[in-house]
Design a protein around this ligand. Structure first.
Ligand code: TRP
Length: 452
């Protein structure tokens, strides 16, 4: 089965492909709103600490399992130990849940791209614009349909490579634009530096269990962990590629982009609202409310705004394509369906769940599941419940069944594994303990004991 797997060309090919899947709306849309909501500096600190310990160990483990078994996640766990087949199945469920609401946000991005291109900058900069737009009911649904439609066509035709190539060109431009926006905000806007302090200086009084829950969920989400995707990537890489180095590069790149996105949004929120808590705690709409205000203030803002959202759109599309491809290939492998039929099936489930997420802001605005709007609920369910369960099972599996040695040996095929002690300790003790606490907090949150 393993013999005809395609493989990445060269070392940098793998890192770029993994980084391309990792960098997306998670970095640009999700990270800043969580950092704003959960205390700024303290969130950033917790995130970075988790990323170099926990994220590092989990990503190394997943890639090593993939390379060792030469299988995709859903089969990899079962092939190593029958009792752990369920982990592959749960992991496979994650992209099924993420893809629909990811595409709803992708639709928002398209709408904003077109809005700036049409020069509607000042309307879009109004406080009520985003909320009113969501309330329009059908327009956001149409943009969602377009976004998921493009994703499905690309997956069905199997032309991901083309999009990836474009996206590689867009990535540096995106980073350049983010830098321009950061510098412009910091230089010209009153109050922006208070935002920098809020973002960079940890305020320990703002620490709560929810900070850790949110940071860990974000880590899984942003680095595409705990859903089998890195296992599949691992199955494509050659034995002489250093897993440890690659993981470090992917982490630095992914965290770097998220960090800059936070620096682009949070100071601007302070400048426009005087740092008021309500503006910081807005949630998923934060970027869509804040950025238009910056673009309105900037010379040439409509053009920069349109260009910015084009780049974000490409980053989002590479991620949504890879999310859909993951699910489609599972259908193809497991059910032996053809590519077309599998894509249509995935499209079908995504339409239903995506429609719920989008309408959750308009006709179903009153609907709450465990106190959350529908989109937030799907996000919470996958990131704060399913992914921790998958990660916990993975840590126990590697730490106690396979033993860390198995992963270490796989990593050492390409040279010494410098942080193998850290790896073993994290995967056996730190990760299971942390995730267990996280899971309990998430469950208590779901039952309303903690406030989100
Ligand atoms: N990491 C992506 C982002 O930050 C989102 C994502 C989660 C993803 N899981 C994935 C992308 C699986 C591709 C494949 O936006």
């Amino acid at each position: 089965m393993g013999s005809n797997r395609s493989s990445f060309t060269g070392k940098i090919g793998f890192v770029l492909a993994a980084a391309g899947s990792a960098v997306g709306l998670g970095n640009i849309w999700r990270f800043p709103y969580l950092a704003a909501k959960y205390g700024g500096g303290i969130f950033l600190l917790v995130y970075i600490v988790l990323s170099v310990t926990f994220g590092f160990a989990l990503m190394v483990a997943e890639i090593a399992i993939g390379r060792k078994t030469q299988l995709s996640a859903i089969s990899a766990y079962g092939s190593l130990d029958k009792r752990f087949s369920f982990v592959g199945v749960l992991g496979a469920l994650v992209p099924v849940i993420i893809l629909p609401y990811y595409s709803v946000i992708g639709g928002w991005v398209m709408k904003y791209m077109v809005g700036f291109a049409a020069g509607h900058t000042s309307q879009m900069a109004e406080d009520s614009y985003f909320g009113n737009y969501l309330g329009l009911t059908w327009e956001p649904v149409l943009w969602f349909l377009l976004f998921i439609g493009i994703t499905a066509v690309v997956v069905m035709l199997g032309v991901e490579k083309g999009v990836e190539k474009v996206s590689k060109v867009m990535m540096p431009i995106l980073i350049g634009l983010i830098l321009v926006i950061v510098i412009y905000t910091l230089v010209t806007m009153d109050g922006a530096w208070d935002g920098v302090v809020y973002y960079l200086k940890p305020d320990f009084s703002k620490f709560s269990m929810m900070t850790v829950v949110a940071a860990m969920g974000q880590l899984f989400y942003s680095m595409s962990l705990a859903m089998g995707i890195m296992i599949t990537f691992g199955s494509y890489i050659k034995k002489d590629i250093s897993i440890e180095k690659s993981v470090k590069q992917i982490e630095i790149f992914d965290t770097g982009v998220a960090f800059l996105a936070g620096l682009m949004i949070i100071p601007a929120v302070f400048a426009f609202s005087g740092g008021n808590e309500e503006a910081l705690g807005q949630g998923p709409g934060l970027m869509f409310v804040t950025l238009p205000k910056i673009f309105e203030a900037m010379p040439g803002g409509a053009f920069i705004g349109a260009a910015f959202f084009v780049m974000v759109l490409f980053a989002a599309l590479t991620s949504s394509i890879s999310l859909m491809e993951t699910v489609v290939s599972i259908f193809m492998d497991k059910l032996k369906w053809g590519r077309k039929l599998s894509t249509l099936a995935v499209l079908g489930t995504s339409l239903v769940l995506g429609l719920c997420s989008s309408l959750g802001y308009s006709v179903w605005a009153e609907v709450r599941i465990i106190g959350m709007q529908l989109l937030d609920f799907f996000d919470f369910f996958s990131n704060s419940l399913l992914m921790p369960v998958v990660a916990l099972a993975t840590a126990i599996f590697i730490g106690y069944v396979l033993k860390p040695k198995t992963v270490i040996e796989e990593v050492e095929l390409s040279g010494p594994f410098k942080q193998k002690k850290l790896f073993a300790v994290v995967i056996r003790y730190v990760a299971p303990a942390c995730i267990l606490v996280i899971l309990i907090s998430s469950i208590l949150t779901a039952f309303g004991v903690f406030k989100i």
